[in-house]
Design a protein around this ligand. Structure first.
Ligand code: 5GP
Length: 193
């Protein structure tokens, strides 16, 4: 069992509706030492890739992406969520359905921050159905840039996102893959990696 799996067992809370709450260390209060370990692990897993930029999505992805970026020595761009369709300036836009909030968001990145020379590592906290990731991939591709890989803290392996993204041929690295979880018992089972 790795450091993140251990932490999930210690502090994660399984909620009804297939939601894993990790707000004491990942997406409300943030354990920066843990993020740093995640950064070191992603650096290992994406060794040799010509990554020059990290892309994430607000809000929970930003903290992780910033700490991970210190291992890659590259800037972080975060996609903004916007309800408005009246977008100013030159933007890449993708539509994303939110798993946790059950709503549609436009996700936007200013064109000046992504260009065809960019080799992008996408980072996010969770992977569930893959909508957020597909939006980010679409934005990178609209810019003519290259997705070098995708790093996720926690993948919920019983939802479809991981399979969809791997079938598209991307190198998707999830530090913890939850195979099953039970809100009644609080049990969490991880996939062997
Ligand atoms: P997806 O687009 O893959 O369906 O969902 C990914 C997004 O939903 C993540 O960026 C994350 O913010 C949120 N999310 C999905 N499942 C969970 C969960 O079980 N717990 C928490 N805290 N966030 C989740």
């Amino acid at each position: 069992m790795n450091f993140l799996e251990e932490r999930i067992l210690k502090d994660g809370i399984v909620k009804e509706g297939n939601v894993l709450k990790v707000d004491s260390f990942l997406n409300h209060q943030m354990d920066i030492e843990l993020f740093d370990q995640m950064g070191a692990e992603f650096k290992k897993r994406f060794e040799g890739k010509p990554i020059n930029k990290i892309l994430t999505i607000e809000a929970s992805g930003i903290g992780i992406a910033c700490v991970v970026a210190q291992h890659f020595h590259v800037p972080v761009v975060f996609a903004k969520k916007s309800k408005s369709i009246n977008l100013e300036g030159e933007m890449y836009v993708a539509q994303v359905e939110s798993f946790t909030h059950k709503c549609q968001n436009n996700v936007i990145v200013a064109q000046k921050f992504l260009n065809p020379e960019d080799h992008v590592l996408i980072i996010d906290d969770f992977l569930a159905n893959g909508c957020a990731l597909q939006g980010l991939i679409q934005i990178v591709q609209s810019a003519g840039a290259t997705v070098e890989g995708i790093g996720i803290a926690i993948e919920k392996g019983f939802q479809s996102g991981g399979r969809i993204i791997r079938n598209l041929g991307f190198q998707l690295e999830s530090l913890a893959i939850v195979e099953s979880m039970d809100a009644e018992t609080g049990n969490v089972v991880f996939r062997e990696q």
